[in-house]
Design a protein around this ligand. Sequence first.
Ligand SMILES: Cc1cc2nc3c(=O)[nH]c(=O)nc-3n(C[C@H](O)[C@H](O)[C@H](O)COP(=O)(O)OP(=O)(O)OC[C@H]3O[C@@H](n4cnc5c(N)ncnc54)[C@H](O)[C@@H]3O)c2cc1C
Length: 382
Amino acid sequence: MENENHFDYIICGGGASGLMLALALCSDSYFYDKKILIIEKESKNSNDRTWCFWEAKGSVWDSLLYNQWDVAEFKASNFSKEIALDPFQYKMIRGIDFYKKIQSELASKPNITILEEEVSSIEDQKNHVSVSGTKRQFRGQKVFSSIPTRRHLEHKKKFPVLHQHFIGWFVKTEHPIFDPKTIQFMDFDLPQKGNTRFIYVLPFSAHEALVEYTLFSADLLKDEEYEAAITDYLNQKNAGEFSIEDREQGCIPMTAYPFWKHNSPNVMHIGTAGGWTKASTGFTFQKSMRKTKEVINFLKTGQDLNNMEQRNRFWFYDLLFLDVLSKHNEKGHMLFSLMFKKNKPERIFKFLDEQTSFLEEIKIMRSFPVGLFIKALWKRIF
Ligand SMILES: Cc1cc2nc3c(=O)[nH]c(=O)nc-3n(C[C@H](O)[C@H](O)[C@H](O)COP(=O)(O)OP(=O)(O)OC[C@H]3O[C@@H](n4cnc5c(N)ncnc54)[C@H](O)[C@@H]3O)c2cc1C
């Protein structure tokens, strides 16, 4: 008799990447006969985050969109640029809408089981993988894990680690200070204090927006510091009285550490834990969509999971960028300003999406001070 704790695929962690993978597996007839388990430690019934990303109009997530924008602004102390995003749109999905929608789609699939339980260990036993939960034991032929890891922190010397860390307030202001059509992608026009610091604003109406104080830096701040910076920003904009309707907080690793080194023939790390976070920006959602498609195609080859190539030339660009930004954290505002000053927005967004041609990449690289990057390259080679 079939053992109820045996599965073809086990997905540990039912957050962004785990649910994307589960949905992709059960939307592809190749996998219809596979028994799939998702083990997630939380009930995922709260709006624990919002995801933003850019992509062309009309996509699989459009029914879930909370908001979308066609224009962005980049700002620094001596330069600002309004950016028409076409052919892209900047899109926002609330975590809760994503979890609910995918969980309900998965609930209608006979081959999927979702359990709320904490995973305590995953061991590749060569002919299967043992997954121990706090209450039960499971056996999977292939296992995908998005459970966060701290491994990258042990290798900071070789692969510097910065964080995209922030607090965001969903505010309602007395005065109409926001342009609901235009997001503030990065506003560096504030004290940098030796780091890369900016304000990010997603407006919903003239009086409502998500306002985040964000750093790309090694060390986190006390909550009060992020909050004081948001308050300063709102006061400078003459927001008047304002209320905080909701808040979010995040700390996303920015590192080129090769997380995939820990994959084995039957275990693959996915999401941030698998190195799917874009090291130079912290954006993960969109890259996870791309990587999910790659995983689906790779599974069909029947090869060992650790044979899937995870590195490309963009990984190397990110590695050099992180080398420079971690050594010269105070230069971040200047590097991003040069990139936005000297390049068409479409080229920048394509580059960050890892979709540019080599010629376009050369054009982007020529925007930056050559000396800084040559030094970083030299160090990497010798
Ligand atoms: C507040 C916030 C805002 C963000 N905004 C953006 C954005 O706008 N755009 C963007 O591209 N990226 C954004 N990110 C970064 C990134 O997209 C998200 O962190 C994304 O959720 C990462 O997906 P993931 O699958 O790697 O991790 P998660 O979505 O965190 O999923 C991992 C899952 O594993 C579960 N888990 C952990 N330990 C165990 C265990 N032992 N057993 C079982 N389950 C376990 C967790 O509960 C979680 O559900 C944001 C991150 C945060 C925190």
